[in-house]
Design a protein around this ligand. Structure first.
Ligand code: SAH
Ligand code: AVI
Length: 327
């Protein structure tokens, strides 16, 4: 397997979230753009990961339970068919659904290796410890990393390996960044490996918008958490209450956009950057969540040197699991 770079840190020890020059540069660039924008990875400190877990249990958020049902229906057959011996998962989070894959590996007699990769360091440690307890004999090697950067994966990966990217998180990347990420994955895959991805599908706009505007306000809290992360890491003085949650479907690019809208004219101090001016109603775009169909996934895969092997939507066409191989 090609080693791509050693920027990733092995073991859940180092966090990207030191007040580092990269974060400062990203925030400075994002907040000086005509449409202010921040990368969605900054939602995910420990609290952000917990809020995401709450989102997955909301009645409006159909994605997680639909993907789980698809995994439960397919993994017990797919894993023995592939003979999967290691699972490398990007953006693993709590790995709740990953357990469906790990259990299928166990039933198939391959205790193997699990490499969860995530930027949310302390949450990842918690996930890894829980899995070691639940799956005795499974080697769990967490990697704290920003998957938008180059990365390397342990060399002694038992093959065949399954690379997984669940939850529809691919949708949180602009297409060029998604293609870069998939291309790096493809370079790490051998011919016998597979890529398993979850994608949220294009559908009735009302249904999608409801999933990002839940009645309990959890998504709003998740959105505002990004400002708390910035305050914590950079010492800025954002008042989260001075920003309203807004999420809407943008049909041209088939994506949800999440924004934080300044409720009044205000200035926010960000040490190392200066004062950022917000007009009343001006927003920061905090996330896109692109919705797909089979053709749009085939396009992303094709551009990354992958091809679709199987495409499995649920009967309501809400969400799909797709497997890919090297083209
Ligand atoms: N896979 C889980 C969690 C999805 S939430 C599920 O399907 O439920 C998205 C996850 O990706 C979070 O755990 C978040 O911390 C992680 N993440 C987001 N951006 C990331 C980045 N740039 N690098 C690494 N992990 C990232
Ligand atoms: C992680 N990701 C796939 C979620 C999504 O639906 O785009 C993040 C999220 N944002 C708001 N709610 C959930």
């Amino acid at each position: 397997m090609p080693e791509i770079s050693t920027k990733w840190t092995s073991g859940a020890v180092a966090a990207y979230r030191q007040p580092d020059t990269r974060m400062l540069a990203e925030v400075a660039a994002g907040l000086s753009a005509p449409q202010k924008e921040l990368p969605p990875k900054y939602f995910y400190d420990h609290r952000g990961s917990e809020l995401f877990e709450e989102i997955t249990r909301l009645p409006e958020y159909y994605q997680t339970r639909t993907e789980r049902t698809l995994l439960e229906a397919w993994m017990p057959a797919l894993i023995p068919q592939l003979g999967t011996r290691s699972l490398i998962e990007l953006g693993a989070g709590s790995a709740e659904k990953s357990r469906v894959i790990l259990s299928a590996m166990r039933s198939n007699g391959t205790t193997g290796l699990y490499v969860p990769v995530d930027v949310s360091a302390s949450f990842l440690t918690l996930t890894a410890n829980r899995l070691r307890h639940e799956y005795p004999g499974l080697a769990v090697e967490p990697i704290v990393a920003d998957i938008t950067e180059d990365f390397s994966i342990p060399h002694a990966l038992p093959r065949p390996a399954l690379f997984a990217f669940l939850g529809g998180t691919i949708g949180n990347f602009y297409p060029p960044a998604a293609i870069r990420l998939l291309s790096r994955l493809r370079a790490a895959m051998s011919a016998s490996d597979r890529f398993l991805m979850g994608v949220d599908l294009r559908k009735d706009i009302g249904r999608i918008e409801a999933a990002y505007n839940d009645s309990q306000g959890v998504t709003a809290a998740f959105n505002r958490n990004m400002l708390l992360v910035l305050n914590q890491e950079l010492g800025s003085d954002f008042d989260p209450e001075g920003f309203a949650h807004r999420a809407f479907y943008e049909p041209v690019n088939h994506r949800i956009e999440m924004h934080l809208v300044s409720t009044a004219e205000q200035e926010v101090r960000v040490p190392g950057i200066g004062f950022i001016h917000f007009a009343q109603g001006e927003s920061i775009r905090t996330e896109i969540s692109c919705k797909h169909d089979q053709a749009s996934v085939a396009e992303l895969f094709g551009a990354a040197g992958l091809r679709i092997e199987s495409w499995r939507p649920d009967p309501e066409m809400l969400f799909a699991l797709v497997t890919g191989v090297r083209a």
